[in-house]
Design a protein around this ligand. Sequence first.
Ligand code: DX5
Ligand code: ZN
Length: 217
Amino acid sequence: MKIAPSILSADFANLAHDVAIVEQTGVEYLHIDIMDGHFVENLTFGANVVKALRKHSKLVFDCHLMVETPEKYIAELAMAGADLIGVHIEATPHIHRVLSQIKEAGVKAEVVINPGTPLTAIMEILPLVDQVLVMTVDPGFGGQAFIESTVSKVARLAQLKQEAGLDFEIEVDGGINAETIEQVAKAGATVAVAGSYIFNASDPVEQIKLLKQGAKG
Ligand code: DX5
Ligand code: ZN
C-alpha cells in the first residue's frame, strides 16, 4: 500500500518543512487538495503552491481537484509540476474530454467518486484512467469520520478491475487511520491518503509507520 500524506492538515506557513518530514520516511505520494469554495465549501490553494513545492520535493504530486469547471486548471497544474490530476465525476458532464486533456498534458489521469455516487457512474471511463479515487468521506475538510459503506465499494471496484484486466491504482481518501487502512487494504485499495492522522500528531513519522503496519493487517 502506498501512502499519500495530505498537506491539507500540514502547517501552511511551513509547508516545505512538513513535506520534508514525510518524504524522508519513504512515502511515495504527496496529496494536494485543490478546493475552490464552490464545488466544496472550503478554499485552499492552486498551481502556484504546487509550483513552489515542486522545488522542494521529488514525491509523486497527486493533485485532487475539488473545483467546478476542472478543465480550466489542467494546463497550469501540469506546468507547475503535477504528476497526477484527479477530477470528480460529479464536477463535470464531460469526464472523457477532461481525462483526455490531462493525458495530453503529459500527466496521469484520475477520476474521483464521492461516497453517494454509484460506481456505475464511472464504469465507461475505467479503461482511460491511471487511478480511481474512492472518497471515504464527503470532500471538503480534513478530520472527518470514515464512512464504513465505502469499504464494499472499494471491494466492488477491485473486482471490476480484475474482471476487466485493467491496472489502475485504487486510492482512498478521508478518515484513514491505522484501523481503517486495514479495512481498505483488504478490500483492494493500493494508495491511502491520510491528512489529520499524520500531521495533527506530535510525531508524523511514527504515524506513517503505524499506517504501514495497519495496511499489512
Ligand atoms: C478531504 C480531502 C482529504 C483530506 C483528508 O476533502 O480530500 O484529502 O486531507 O483528511 P483526513 O485524512 O484528515 O480525513
Ligand atoms: Zn483529497
